[in-house]
Design a protein around this ligand. Structure first.
Ligand SMILES: [Zn+2]
Length: 346
């Protein structure tokens, strides 16, 4: 079993030199178990493990058609920020040639279990950590700097999701060079759809009166998205402990909502909270509770059960609630570029 692992030492320098985007904090080397620059080559379809469903979907779009097996770890609809893997997840991690995780300290218990069970030559690729320098990490109310956990939600921002896909393409091309052309084609087709989603969101955002481009969310999943599209996050309500905010914090938010003139506040489908409902009721502002950051729509195999479908749904929800016209988003084709055969635990 282990004999199919081969190391290509000679390629190592080239690959490392090409990796200029790596976080300055992350010590990456091609033979570290936590690296997106591993030069391991395997003979045969790649066995891939992933964590949250949006990452699983991005990986599935790149790996599709290569015979790769893709298995997600974090069940959809659970709190990924506090998720603890089951002992039985060790078997999935142990079988994987590569484990794609978000990084930025989102999945430490799963990363620890993976490190304890990695087979020879296997490695963990932290996509977010690979694409975003530590100097660009966003810290805020829900992800305070002193807590040591930056806001990890890069995947709700299409240009960053495209960078994730690019890293996945490069990692898989090194691992399974026989399918490098396929991974390149899948990436090109997927990148085109990401660009179309991005362009449609820019068009749709322009229809929202500028003063209304403000987000008050319960779960703080749109920090990088907001910078990219020009929204102001006036607040996120969920404390870093994932408890409900204190009465004083709620009172402050009510004042902020009144002063800011926002037209809607956004709850999260994964974190139903009476607090946002209360803020909505007390301020007369519309309360929308359906945003989701890592729970794909519908069931696995369904038409919109994908990263593309999830993002389109969130963006349409936001744009319409803030008084804009979401038709540019509604006409998009959000189908995957290849059939998604990944396993999504429910
Ligand atoms: Zn989240």
């Amino acid at each position: 079993m282990k004999s199919r692992v081969v190391f290509l030492i000679s390629a190592a320098l080239v690959v490392t030199a090409g990796c200029s985007n790596t976080s300055s904090d992350a010590v990456e080397s091609e033979d570290s178990p936590v690296s997106c620059t591993s030069t391991t080559v395997i003979d045969g379809p790649v066995n891939i493990a992933t964590t949250v469903a949006p990452i699983t979907s991005i990986v599935a779009n790149i790996a599709g058609g290569s015979g790769a097996t893709i298995t997600g770890i974090v069940p959809e609809g659970t709190n990924s920020h506090t998720f603890e893997p089951k002992p039985s997840d060790a078997a999935t991690l142990e079988n994987a040639d590569v484990i794609f995780i978000n990084g930025l300290v989102l999945e430490e218990p799963t990363k620890d279990l993976a490190l304890a069970n990695l087979k020879d030559g296997s490695f963990i690729c932290e996509l977010g950590t690979a694409v975003l320098p530590a100097s660009d990490y966003i810290f805020d109310f829900s992800f305070p700097k002193e807590g040591g956990k930056p806001n990890p939600h890069l995947w709700t921002n299409p240009p960053m999701a495209k960078q994730y896909a690019e890293v996945v393409r490069d990692v898989l091309s090194r691992l399974d060079p026989a399918h490098a052309d396929l991974f390149a084609r899948n990436f090109a087709a997927f990148a085109e759809k990401i660009d179309a989603l991005d362009a449609a969101m820019i068009t749709a955002t322009a229809t929202i009166p500028e003063a209304q481009r403000k987000l008050l969310t319960y779960h703080d999943a749109y920090a990088y998205f907001s910078v990219h599209y020009g929204y102001t996050v006036i607040g996120a309500i969920q404390p870093s402990s994932f408890d409900e905010p204190t009465p004083k914090e709620i009172a402050n938010l009510i004042t902020q909502v009144r002063e800011s003139g926002v037209t809607a506040v956004f709850g999260s489908e994964v974190f139903p909270s009476p607090v946002l409902e209360q803020i909505g009721a007390e301020t007369g502002v519309r309360y929308v509770d359906v945003l989701r950051d890592d729970d794909l729509l519908g069931e696995p195999g369904g038409a919109e059960h994908s990263w593309l479908g999830l993002m389109r749904f969130d963006y349409v929800t936001m744009v319409e609630a803030l008084g804009g016209d979401a038709s540019a988003l509604k006409t998009l084709d959000v189908s995957d570029v290849v059939k998604d055969t990944a396993t999504y635990p429910q």
